[in-house]
Design a protein around this ligand. Sequence first.
Ligand code: C2E
Ligand code: MG
Ligand code: MG
Length: 507
Amino acid sequence: MRDGVIQAHRAWIEEGVVIPASELELKHKTGELISVFSQHLMLNEHTDSPLLFCVDVDLSDQKRAHRDLKFATHFDWLTHLPNRQSFEINLDSLLDACRRRGNGLTTLYLDIDNFVEINDALGYDQGDRLLIGLTRRLKECQRVTELVSRVSSDEFVLAFPGVYLSSDVRRIVRHVQNVFRKPFFLDGRERQVTACLGVALFPENGESSRELIRNADVAKNRAKLEGRGAVCFFQQKLHDELVRQHYLLARLKEALDNDEFSLHYQPQVSAASGRIENLEALIRWEPAEGPTISPAEFITLAEYSGLIHRLGDWVIEEACRQQEEWRSKGFHEHRIDINVSGRQLVGRGALKRFEDALQRHGLAPRDIGIELTENVLIEADETAIEDLRRLYHRGFHIALDDFGTGYSSLSYLKHFPVTALKIDRSFIQDAPTQPKDRAIMEGAILIGHRLGLEVVAEGVENAEQLSLLRDMHCDLIQGFFFFRPMPAEEIDRLLSGFVPTHKGLTS
Ligand code: C2E
Ligand code: MG
Ligand code: MG
């Protein structure tokens, strides 16, 4: 730069052309180029001995900070992969190219199974180690690093342009799955790691990077439900389902605040005498606007979201209030059974609150019973089982609902504190025509009786089913053949004897 600088100095001194301040690179004596902010200053300018000063401020630190910032805004600090934002930009420009050339593209969303447990059990540094090791392997699948991104703690997205024939897509999926074939070396030993994959295809499943990533994520979430190492391809109905669930969940919270729920009661009658013995309380949701929503749909959602605790407490309270009212009207015979979901039993002392509610309403164990599914019992923790055992010994009625559809492990019948079996509707339905269903039904009744349990048949809809059940000495019958679930006022009329008895009762 020497000649240029001398010329500039001369021009300033002789012609008054000021050297402007600027950023430039100078060579350090180590040979390294250094960024500087360079400024010149002239003193005694209009004298015979002007003095020219040059001040160069070393900008290395600022430059480094700038580079780091740029890196941090575009890349993931741990794996050095592009972060979600820059991946989206990369993918969008790639999609433009695909569109121009009429090519397809595959987006893969990868989520490590149980990463939280790895982190908790082995510590964050081992978790980091796994992420770095996995990144290295993923880069072997997709060599273009811009097309691999770590989008959140244990989630990665990969894009494969040009891959859209189903055989190619499957090959790519296998390729990525193979990444987990070999164990990872963590905390001094080899560990097998798995991940779930969601797949979304361009252009069928989305036009933009946002849409493709979101839909691959939706597919990945569905894969998660299927268990470790599962793969799922995006389908529009997955998305629609999710949108509906999201909407319902928001509505469900409002509904609890707005009192949109009620309990209907379905009588269980004695198979021998036709007398109404108990009532099963079944929750109903009639939204202020729109059609009613079935409990099968919203209970699952409430369980998943944790709202089941509030909902379950509401059911307990309402059933107790209703029973107290009926008792005060002189209806002393029937018991109300409420359904208790598995999630309700996790922590939080739902059964304790159940006992408290009974006490508040002046009710005894014979007034309210509970129904649980087998899976609930098998998955319940020891404290929940202890609580149930206490209820059992206090004389509460505890029924095993939907018997035959869950694990149906007979040894559990012996261990769990239950007083009744409810045979699932699916066996009752086909018993008259299907010998195998009939055999299961008969077997369940027999086993139930041998274990000293009361046996209830659910979903009895016709006379043939009833007659079979009577022949097999089933104790109680519940189903549309006798009564549908109905609001409390109708039960009121029924219990007062204002409703004529059903044809089934006299046969
Ligand atoms: P579940 O406890 O097995 O209840 C019996 C279901 O069978 C009820 O459906 C009832 O209306 C229906 N049903 C009864 N008789 C017949 C029949 O003859 N034919 C047919 N086709 N169906 C019959 P619902 O009321 O839609 O409830 C569905 C499920 O939702 C219940 O199955 C229960 O698991 C759950 N559920 C309902 N209310 C509650 C609640 O308050 N809390 C909890 N946790 N779950 C509830
Ligand atoms: Mg039930
Ligand atoms: Mg049932």
